[in-house]
Design a protein around this ligand. Sequence first.
Ligand SMILES: [Ca+2]
Length: 535
Amino acid sequence: MQSLSARAISARAISARAISARDAHSISRCLLRQSFDGRVSTSVGPTAGPVIIRSVMALSLALLWLVCHVGSVVAVDDSSGAVSSAKGHPNVLLICVDDLRPELGCYGKRYIASPNIDRLASQGRIFGRHYVQAPTCGASRYTLLTGQYGPNDNGALFQRAKRLGDQAADIPPTMPRWFQSHGYTTVSVGKVSHHPGGRGGDDWDDKGTLEMPDSWDRHLLPAGPWQHPRGSMHGLANGEIRKNVKEMDVFQSVEGGDEIYPDGLIVDESLNQMDLLAADSAKPFFLAVGIIRPHLPFGAPAKYMDAYKDTVLPPIPHPEKPAGVTTWHGSGEFMKYNRWGRNPNSDADFATDVRRHYAACVTYADALVGRLLERLDRLGLRDDTIIVLWGDHGWHLGEHAIWGKHALFEESLRSPLIIQYKGLENPGQRTDSIVESLDVFPTLCELSGLPTPTEAAGVSLKPYIEDVSALGHPAISYARKGKTIRTDRYRLIVHNKGSVELYDHSTEQAETENVAAQKPEVVAELKQLLQQRRP
Ligand SMILES: [Ca+2]
């Protein structure tokens, strides 16, 4: 483990070279954070962490008991920076939206109808450059829900669950578990972890195979006419389940109410749960709701297409297939559906149809978000609740000739993040500081007045909420083919097989021109930094 001074020198060396001053500052911050992490793990030994956590948890539970028994209305000490609440700690409403691009009204995209998310954003903080750790559902959700780097595949949480069986003491708690152990009731509805409802087995409904066995008081997925969680995950209107994927339409738009698609049922159940949680006057809640759209197939009630009938969508930026070795792929997840023999890379009208249906799914998801917020208001809980809206990764709608995620380009890795709570200053402002999904867990701990687990790999975003000009830190992401680091100016991608891509975002070419050969010193610096964060 490199010493603190060596890291500081390394950060200064970076600033003296080709990387921008803003990059150098944020990299320095990142290195200092790692030094702290390293000091903890080397001074107390690899097994002491859980002991400390248990001690902290025991102390916190004792304090919580005192709080509960001294009086039910206790405001959190303002000096802690936590959000005040009648229950001692504020509620948390975490809304996860699947495959949502940062292409919303509040992100400056006026051709997208997202009035409810826009309103939330106008009351909260918009993170313009939030990056996920992995461009695939399961691996990204692992990092959100554990605050840890993890495997790069969709089975990440199931693998953790398996390890819990024989080495539980060495595995840090998940975010819901942490909140649960500090007195919260924790409920998940819909697609929060990778499997909606959090179960394994052929149809994702095996009660004996849990994805997050230690985390939720209730982990729910109402399947309705889709029969089981696997059916809901890729469901189309009125109970259509994905069987032979080649026969399932890649998009559709069917007349009917919100409940004709699985997300309608997910939100109905979420509202029921919110009512139940509101009735418990003693305990705060951590409610996570996972909306499946705009994930494929792009089906939504026809009324949500109305907004796009006459909309002229802007041209697709850089639609060409990239040259050289990149993480480009053949859009397998998209292409396997029924496309009526058409390909959006060569058929502009079809590309527009795909984009319009994706947009309708976004507007559908937005309407469901609106129902959640409206119920929160009606129950009088808004002032006592921290709201996080999070997208699990981006999605290429034709950029770089990709229709999907799974690449390590900007479009796969940048996603929406909005945080809102009562008393947030300068609401509606956007910060373009670089932040990561790993940061959500420590942020919610700080805002809720809970301690942060020592193992947390991210940092609290409170400084960025309070000052939109606060400098961010480099973002690390990984996929099956390799890993990447994004700084204020550059993106470096290192392939497992050795190839390197370096993109300079200060130029118009951005991620369309690999400048690795022209800037070997930047490649070397960023490679080292990436290696330190994700060996
Ligand atoms: Ca996803």
